[in-house]
Design a protein around this ligand. Structure first.
Ligand SMILES: *Cc1c(COP(=O)(O)O)cnc(C)c1O
Length: 386
């Protein structure tokens, strides 16, 4: 087999952990029943497996089992949360607040709502990627119905002060949604402590399968109303119709369980690797760290490189390391990432940026290779320009 590059794009997706795959296997061929079939054992077996998985996921965020709705991933969960609230609460108000640095799965639904007459404020962030809480307070209006702020950013890894943001929302009786696609399994989540009403989750960033995620919907203090976006058989308490995918759901729960068991040790290990990488790369001139160094995911390093072309740098690296530049979802375009732009970088800097996403299966040896090779590639490109 040819040598494939070292995978350092774990914010885009992760491989399925073999332990997760093992947990999923029986539910493809043996326990294949429809969890909604309540007349026979095939259905009961699947229903029991889904119930257990739902419990594990609920417990992981300190929620109740009935507050978890399975979706196809965080994109769908974000869409359901944002459009669902807009449709259910528009008589109360039509103002929504979010950040310029959100994932497109939040930004696009908000822009869609603008075309329907909603008023959305896309707040800027500070230079380190964090939201200024005073700015949030000042932006709240009597007709604000929803605030959506991601917990951990998928590009620069910064972790927002979610419990304080949630407290501000609740003081003002505004619903609070947070996209936790990058946060689940990497930092401790607690919907009660975080004052969160809606939380989007996904499995494939934590070694589960692609195509499965969940939305937490608070049922008490306040009880959140949502307009469903997919109608049909009435599964998931009517919030999201469609036959449940038992293997993916079982795998999602297994992935969460493993991630929480290994949370402390993995955070420590990945942070050591990340800090080593940054220490090595920052020996070069003209290298800038994007996002707060301390309030960030342990496996994330995002840098801007002065004096080199972003796509040339990716090209130079691609045989050795798989990383992404700008936003993973738009890495084929040469547009600078909207997240880096929001940090106030000039376009050229925002273009020549690299996101290293360290994950569970990366080793010290790999990071050493990547550090050496990246330094060499940057030096080569810089000298070629003169
Ligand atoms: C990956 C990601 C998403 C999209 O999740 P899917 O499960 O792939 O739909 C949304 N938000 C953030 C922050 C992400 O990192």
């Amino acid at each position: 087999m040819i040598n494939r590059p070292i995978y350092l794009d774990n914010h885009a997706t992760t491989p399925v952990d073999k332990r997760v795959l093992t947990a999923m296997m029986p539910y493809f061929t043996e326990y294949f029943g429809n969890p909604s079939s309540n007349a026979h054992i095939y259905g009961w077996e699947s229903e029991a497996a889904v119930k257990q998985a739902r419990n594990i996921i609920a417990e992981a965020i300190n929620a109740e089992e009935t507050e978890i709705i399975f979706t196809s991933g965080a994109t769908e969960a974000n869409n359901l949360a944002i459009k669902g609230v807009a449709e259910a609460y528009f008589t109360k108000g039509k103002h929504i607040i979010t950040l310029q640095t959100e994932h497109n799965a939040v930004i696009e639904p908000c822009q869609y709502l603008e075309t329907l007459g909603f008023d959305v404020t896309f707040l800027p962030v500070e230079k380190n990627g964090l939201l200024d809480l005073n700015l949030l307070t000042k932006t709240i209006r009597p007709d604000t119905i929803l605030v959506s702020v991601m917990t951990a950013n998928n590009e620069i890894g910064v972790i927002q002060d979610i419990s304080k943001i949630g407290a501000i929302c609740h003081e003002n009786e505004i619903l609070f949604h947070t996209d936790c696609a990058q946060a689940i399994g990497k930092i401790t989540l607690d919907v009660k402590k975080m004052n969160v009403d809606l939380m989007s989750l996904t499995a494939h960033k934590i070694y589960g399968m692609k195509g499965i995620g969940a939305l937490y919907i608070r049922r008490k203090n306040p009880r959140v109303k949502l307009a469903s976006q997919i109608q049909g058989g009435g599964q998931e308490r009517g919030f999201r119709s469609g036959t449940l995918c038992t293997p993916q759901i079982v795998g999602f729960a297994e992935a969460v369980k493993i991630a929480l068991l290994e949370l402390d040790s993995e955070n420590k290990r990945q942070q050591e690797l990340r800090d080593y990488l940054w220490q090595q790369l920052s020996t070069l001139e003209g290298i800038y760290l994007n996002g707060d160094l301390f309030q960030r995911l342990s496996g994330n390093l995002n840098i801007s490189v002065d004096g080199v072309d972003g796509s040339a740098l990716l090209l130079a690296l691609q045989s050795v390391v798989a990383v992404s530049s700008g936003s993973a979802c738009s890495s084929t375009s040469t547009k600078p990432s909207h997240v880096l732009k929001a940090l106030g970088h000039p376009d050229s800097l925002a273009k020549a940026s690299l996101r290293f996403g360290i994950g569970r299966f990366n080793t010290k040896e790999e990071i050493e290779t990547v550090a050496q090779f990246t330094i060499k590639a940057i030096n080569n490109l810089r000298h070629a320009r003169i």
